[in-house]
Design a protein around this ligand. Sequence first.
Ligand code: HMG
Length: 391
Amino acid sequence: MSSSSTAGIHDLSFATTEFVLPHTALAEHNGTPVGKYHVGIGQRSMSVPAADEDIVTLGAAAAAPVVARHGADGIRTLVFATESSIDQAKAAGVYVHSLLGLPSATRVVELKQACYGATAALQFALGLIHRDPAQKVLVVASDVSRYDLDSPGEATQGAAAVAMLVTADPALVRIEEPSGLFTADVMDFWRPNYRDAALVDGQESIGAYLQAVQGTWKDYGEQGGRPLEAFDAFCYHQPFTRMAYKAHRHLLNSAGYDTDEAAVRRALEATTAYNEVIGNSYTASVYLGLAALLDRREDLDGRAVGFLSYGSGSVAEFFAGTVVPGYRAHLRTAEHRAAIERRRPIGYDRYRELHRWSLPTDGGDHPAPEQTTGPFRLAGIGGHRRRYVRR
Ligand code: HMG
């Protein structure tokens, strides 16, 4: 049977990049009718990192307001979820731990399974809190989504980080047992260690996602989860926002329900507001959906939200959360809007330059061009060591 655990998400904050490329500019460059982007995939613009931004600076910018509001007391674990890792050995979270001045008595680790990593981090956090309810866990999900220039995936890039403080007595969302789980060994999307941009079979990836939706829902039912009617809203992983609609219709059909379009819109539309202007943020995407839902809907006290986290390759999980009454007093709606509005629009040529830019790998001393106005920046690299600064 499903049960309301007491633990869950106490605070949630996100950060995104310095620059933004509108899809109108991409459409003009490649001659695509812009309706394919605005309507077909449901994307209006994508966040583009400055040369001195990466998963560390974004992750630190997302987490700093959380630590400023609650202090570091009780945070004994920082879990950093990403698939845009900057080092094969050292966890990116260690840099964030240092930039935020967290105590040395902290465990820091990086988790990876494509876009699913943040949900693994959340479940890891809940397990730790179950063992010791006095502890708090800082979960940071941070990614830069990159596909090759002029590839079909190019329109579904983006970048953002979400930070969540997970505690025993949360102010936002209590996470329930059980979860529905699904794993299948598929090559729908992957990034070998020698590549900066992901490889993808677009149509196969959509099929694999839908298969995972069905698989998680089946397992969720078998584990004694809630019936579909019990949910007020659904947060799906959103590689592009139309994918959430495809996924939800597939869930309804495969569970034997009609697709009442007005009900589908009601369940999903508030969740897409940030993703449609930020683009795919991989691990952060499903939790950006949650941020948008909480920021936009005022009627969720005590209501159940379904979460579908999908990571190519593939691993997926369906689980439920209950929104804590009074949640609206703890939101960061104005800061979230500001994070989106502060981005500077760039044209196609500038975007292309940034896409191609990377720090040299020769071991020399190379400063990064100063571009970001955010609170943290990648200052450069020297002796193969990345240097970060807090402003
Ligand atoms: P594509 O071939 O450029 O586009 O690929 P398309 O031809 O499939 O068209 C897209 C939609 O636009 C279609 O709608 C068209 O009909 C419509 P649908 O049939 O799907 O409902 N369309 C139009 N609509 C209005 N006006 C028009 C118009 N023209 C066409 N003029 C694709 C699109 C998403 C496949 C591509 O961008 C891609 O490969 N993206 C990357 C892969 C991806 O995002 N996959 C999603 C599932 S996998 C996943 O979510 C995991 C992931 O996040 C990675 C991870 O886990 O780490 C990617």
